[in-house]
Design a protein around this ligand. Structure first.
Ligand code: HEM
Length: 553
């Protein structure tokens, strides 16, 4: 009762103060000033009410004490190699049971989530598909392509791009996977019998070559020429973006523009965008010429153009002989075809998507392949079993390149790849900006919060993956997956915004790893427990992955 009485008195005092304030304004100032002041005051009251609600709800979630204005930003303002350990440490310390904990980055609340039941309401919902501001440092390079876009733009792009990952199209890419894998095997020969070398850079150049050829139809020969401006720019811009994410003072555009990193960033953008636009122009010209040739040929032979299952023209002849060898289409060709001569996608739109594939499609796969080779190299029994399966599928032939069907038959190798992605998911954190309130466990998480899914920890849940640190591909045998929570293992994310390239990635990984294993025995030199992990855009070992290889008979 006393509380009620007190609240009544307080609200009376507040309302009479507001009335007095407005009386004073109306008698002294012009109508415009009054209107402006009223609007600003109402906005401030509303903002304050929403903010107080947000703070009240977020503070119910367990988390470390936060300072006014800066929140917990100072705690993660450490050397880049410590950031990831700090982030995962907060979750371990405060949200072990609930699988959810909170922290503040300046004035933005973050909830860190690592339990399947807590992940599901976010990833499964079509409402929570907006990326957080952490992705905005990628905008200068990728624009708002599929990875970073939101709302109707994302919906329409996803619809246009999904057919580009149809298995028929992926089948065309197998030759590229195999060609580049065989170059990797050749490049590795100079490391045979050495005590130790870092496998990571070799694999990265290989996946960069693969993605460049599949996305743009361009062979940049990164494996042979790692000094190319384009290759260097991809690396440099990646490291600037990661630096910006880790250092909170560099997040302001104003301050960033005063740094040396900004100059590097601009130089890289010029190279990267210049290259992509150049390729788009060239490819459009080539397609125009090819279309003219095709028309002439079609008129002469009354030949039939091939159509896909929806009856759409694929741009290729049924009869391969009629137009020379059937040409492999890159994603770029599909985008140009879908662009409706600029009415649906203009050159900038196409560039955004090509650059997005370049970014998403090379670093993720290179980390996944390197970790998998390293883990297979730490468990020689598993390596033997994987090799035995590869030999069986390939009929004992260690030189012939595998077909798509054969890659699909390498089931145990797939388990090895999945288990490596469980322990070392290439994308260790997925962040969403919540536009609506959402109930997670027993907490109402308010709109305006950034939900950060810590995949790295989600995959180490001992209730789901017994002895979680052990590398055990058998966990992914079909019989062992029965009844597992669908959100307990999400290396490719899940729900409507999952990875569009996951089938591509698994096939590519199988092609590369099977090629390496058929030629070399691989042994890990580094010990897992001694590695320092950098978990920024991609999860990578700070000092690479030391292995040694010997040639197989
Ligand atoms: C092992 C390799 C890969 C892993 C682990 C991986 C993982 C992921 C994850 C976790 C996301 C969701 C990111 C988020 O919501 O923040 C994602 C999205 C995406 N990935 Fe992958 N990815 C891989 C390979 C690829 C490849 C090869 C491509 C293309 C050639 C690709 C293209 C994309 C695109 C375009 C998106 C954005 C999809 C959307 O928002 O609709 N990824 N990937």
């Amino acid at each position: 009762m006393f509380v009620n009485m007190f609240e009544n008195v307080e609200s009376y005092v507040q309302s009479s103060l507001v009335v007095q304030f407005f009386q004073m304004i109306f008698t002294r100032f012009s109508p415009l000033t009054v209107l402006l002041t009223t609007t600003v005051t109402i906005w401030l009251i509303n903002y304050n009410r929403r903010r107080s609600r947000l703070v009240r709800l977020i503070e119910k979630v367990p988390g470390p004490p936060a300072l006014p204005f800066v929140g917990n930003a100072i705690e993660i303002n450490v050397e880049p190699d410590e950031v990831f350990a700090r982030l995962t440490g907060v979750r371990k310390l405060f949200g072990r049971r609930q699988g959810i904990s909170r922290c503040w980055m300046l004035s933005v609340p973050y909830v860190m989530i690592s339990k399947p039941e807590c992940v599901e309401p976010i990833l499964s919902s079509p409402k929570h598909i907006d990326k957080s501001s952490d992705y905005s440092y990628l905008h200068p390079w990728l624009g708002t392509g599929l990875l970073t876009s939101f709302g109707s733009k994302w919906h329409s792009r996803r619809k246009i791009l999904t057919p580009a990952f149809h298995f028929k199209i992926l089948e065309d890419f197998i030759d590229i996977f195999n060609e580049q894998s065989s170059i990797l095997v050749r490049k590795l020969s100079k490391e045979v019998n050495k005590d130790s070398f870092n496998i990571f850079p070799y694999v990265t150049l290989c996946t960069l070559d693969i993605v460049c050829e599949t996305a743009m139809g361009q062979n940049i020969k990164a494996q042979s020429n790692s000094d190319s401006d384009y290759v260097k720019a991809v690396y440099e811009i990646g490291s600037v973006v990661q630096k910006r994410q880790a250092r909170f003072w560099m997040q302001s555009d104003f301050i960033f523009k005063l740094t040396e990193d900004y100059k590097t960033h601009e130089r890289c953008l010029k190279i990267l965008h210049g290259f992509s636009y150049g390729v788009i122009r060239e490819r459009k010209e080539q397609m125009k010429t090819a279309e003219l040739l095709r028309k002439n040929k079609f008129d002469q032979n009354n030949n039939k153009l091939s159509v896909d299952e929806n009856g759409n023209n694929t741009g290729m002849f049924d009869d391969e002989e009629s137009f020379g060898k059937k040409k492999r289409l890159a994603f770029l060709d599909l985008l140009i075809t879908a662009s409706g001569n600029g009415s649906i996608l203009n050159d900038e739109d196409i560039r955004e998507e090509v650059d997005t594939f370049m970014f998403e499609g090379h670093d993720t796969t290179s980390a996944a392949v390197s970790w998998c080779l390293f883990l297979i190299g730490s468990n020689l029994n598993i390596q033997e079993k994987a090799l035995q399966e590869i030999d069986e599928v390939m009929g004992g032939d260690r030189d012939r390149a595998p077909t798509m069907k054969e890659l699909n038959e390498m089931k145990y190798l797939e388990c090895c790849i999945k288990e490596a992605l469980r322990l070392y998911p290439s994308v260790p954190l997925i962040a969403r900006h919540l536009k609506e309130d959402v109930m997670i466990d027993k907490y109402l998480i308010p709109a305006g919060t950034t939900a950060m899914i810590v995949t790295y920890q989600l995959h180490r849940n001992p209730e789901i993956f017994k002895n979680p640190e052990r590398y055990d591909p058998d966990r992914f045998l079909p019989e062992n997956c029965i009844g597992r929570h669908p959100y307990s293992y999400i290396p490719f994310s899940a729900g409507p915004r999952n990875c569009i390239g996951q089938k591509f990635a698994i096939l590519e990984e199988k092609a590369i790893i099977s090629s390496v294993l058929r030629k070399y025995k691989i042994e890990a030199v580094d010990r897992r427990e001694d590695l320092t992990l950098l978990g920024e855009l991609i999860l990578r070992p700070k000092d690479g992955l030391a292995v040694k290889i010997t040639a197989r008979q």
